[in-house]
Design a protein around this ligand. Structure first.
Ligand SMILES: [Ca+2]
Ligand SMILES: [Ca+2]
Ligand SMILES: [Ca+2]
Ligand SMILES: [Ca+2]
Length: 497
């Protein structure tokens, strides 16, 4: 054996265990089907999937957070806009009330329209973040400023004949309205008292007293909301988009750009009698006053004051009679109302036999001149606090509509038109009812009608203030009913439709 052969055998002998080991390892790996490269790739794949999932989940979380944050930001902006619009509307309301307060503190008996003009002049205004606008409809025409509720007739004194002049009304509804407000439980001919409502399980009965709101009228049998509200579905005195789009949305309107507010444009339940005179003093109660007080407040002479005092002692004495009957004739009457004025009161029509025959002493009494008559009407009162009609406001002839005067109060057309012409021609408006006694058509009968239901001042206003945010244009509305007959001005009703 050569040296080379010996070395070769030794090398094989040395390498033999590794070969066996490698063979064994290969055998084991084969036995478990494990390959080192595959194992590494598999681990890498798992990690990759986990990373992708993590990224996906993180993306979803980020996206959801962004959407949430965006929505919250949007909601926040909308809330802010609504708050800005609401406070702009509120600023409008406060402005109107402040103007009323100022006029209460600074009354001007020589300008009956001063308050109306100031309210109109400030009907549109702005604050830092928004604007307000206040408007209303009367007789199909839109006006700036709050609605004068005294431009309407108070439903608690409206007569049967006047009710029958309302559109869409019928005898049975008129009777039911009377049953609702009269104290008894006796149904009128076609009316409805408690039994009617009980039998229909309506859950309410007639008030048997004065209406508290115009919406209460809708509880009366047959007085459907479409009659009471007409197109003014939310009773805010304004023409809203749904009230001028025909049948597309409730109510069913005629889409003519004008508001037809049904009975609510002629009737109100809110007006109060005004205890203060236009000069800002408490009205003088003629039933309790003495001669000196009457002379100093109205400028009448002592004979006239005595005649007024004599008349005021008559049980049914009314300012309407002082307006419509000359003092020389009035003072000779024991009770002018009993002779004919009382029947005029019931029907608004009768004039026969109203004027009593003057007595010998009454002939010496001078009739009131226009200025004296105006002061007696404006500064004094004969309101009977024991009647159900106490504290009910009168129609302000400075703001009443032509339709109300002609169609509902049924004044002579010529007389109604002459009243409207005079109030337009006088920049200061009608200062007292004495301003309408010398007009064409001013008969005693017509003056009786007006003397009972009309005056030249207003107590209650409905402020419909719409606020608008500057940034987004968002809108909010506040409707407030206020009574300015006393200071501070009182809020009778507040709503945010
Ligand atoms: Ca009744
Ligand atoms: Ca409306
Ligand atoms: Ca409509
Ligand atoms: Ca209309």
């Amino acid at each position: 054996m050569t040296l080379g052969s010996i070395i070769s055998v030794c090398n094989r002998a040395i390498q033999a265990p590794d070969v066996h080991a490698n063979n064994f390892r290969a055998h084991c790996l084969d036995a478990h089907n494990i390959h080192p490269l595959n194992q590494f790739a598999r681990r890498k794949g798992v990690v990759t999937i986990m990373v992708i999932w993590a990224i996906a989940i993180a993306s979803i979380i980020v996206a959801a957070t962004q959407i949430l944050a965006f929505r919250e930001a949007t909601i926040g902006r909308e809330c802010l806009s609504r708050v800005q619009a609401r406070w702009a509307a509120r600023a409008g309301v406060e402005t109107m009330i402040a103007i009323m307060e100022w006029h209460n503190a600074n009354p001007d008996p020589d300008d009956a329209l001063a308050l109306t003009r100031d309210l109109e002049g400030n009907a549109f205004g702005e604050v830092e973040t928004g604007t307000w606008d206040i408007r209303h409809f009367i007789d199909g025409q839109e006006w700036a400023g709050p609605m004068d509720e005294n431009s309407k007739l108070n439903i608690n004194v409206v007569t049967r004949m006047q009710l029958l002049e309302l559109p869409n009304i019928s005898q049975d509804i008129v009777d039911s309205i009377n049953d609702w407000r009269d104290a008894d439980e006796e149904p009128q001919q076609m009316g409805a008292e408690a039994d009617y409502y009980r039998n229909r399980s309506l859950g309410y009965e007639p008030r048997n007293g004065n209406f508290h709101s115009i919406a209460e009228l809708e509880l009366v049998a047959g007085a459907w909301p479409q009659y009471v509200r007409g197109e003014d579905w939310n009773l805010n005195g304004r023409l809203d988009p749904n009230e001028d789009d025909g049948k597309r949305t409730t109510p069913d309107d005629n889409a003519n750009g004008k508001l037809d507010a049904g009975w609510s444009q002629y009737l109100t339940a809110s007006t109060r009698s005004i205890t203060k005179s236009v000069s800002g003093q408490e009205r003088l109660d003629l039933r309790k006053a003495n001669s000196e007080e009457i002379i100093s407040r109205t400028g009448v002479d002592s004979t006239q004051a005595a005649a007024i005092l004599t008349y005021a002692k008559v049980g049914n004495a009314r300012m309407a009679n002082i307006l419509s009957v000359p003092l020389s004739q009035l003072s000779g009457s024991r009770n002018p109302s009993a002779t004919g004025a009382a029947s005029a009161n019931r029907t608004g029509r009768s004039s026969a036999g109203r004027t009593p025959t003057p007595t010998t002493t009454a002939a010496t009494v001078k009739n009131l001149d226009n200025k004296q008559l105006g002061l007696v009407l404006n500064e004094c009162t004969l309101e009977n606090t024991r009647t159900a009609q106490v504290n009910i406001g009168k129609v302000n002839l400075n703001t009443a509509s032509r339709t109300l005067l002609r169609d509902i109060l049924q004044l002579d057309t010529r007389y109604a038109d002459s009243i409207l012409s005079r109030r337009i021609s006088k920049q200061s408006g009608l200062l007292s009812l004495a301003d309408i006694v010398d007009l064409p058509g001013a008969t005693q009968e017509q003056l009786q009608i007006l003397g009972q239901v009309a005056d030249v001042a207003s107590s209650v206003y409905m402020i419909s203030s719409r606020g608008r945010a500057n940034t987004s244009g968002a809108e909010a509305e506040i409707v407030v009913l206020v009574d300015r007959s006393e200071s501070p001005v009182r809020i009778l009703e507040y709503r945010e439709p």
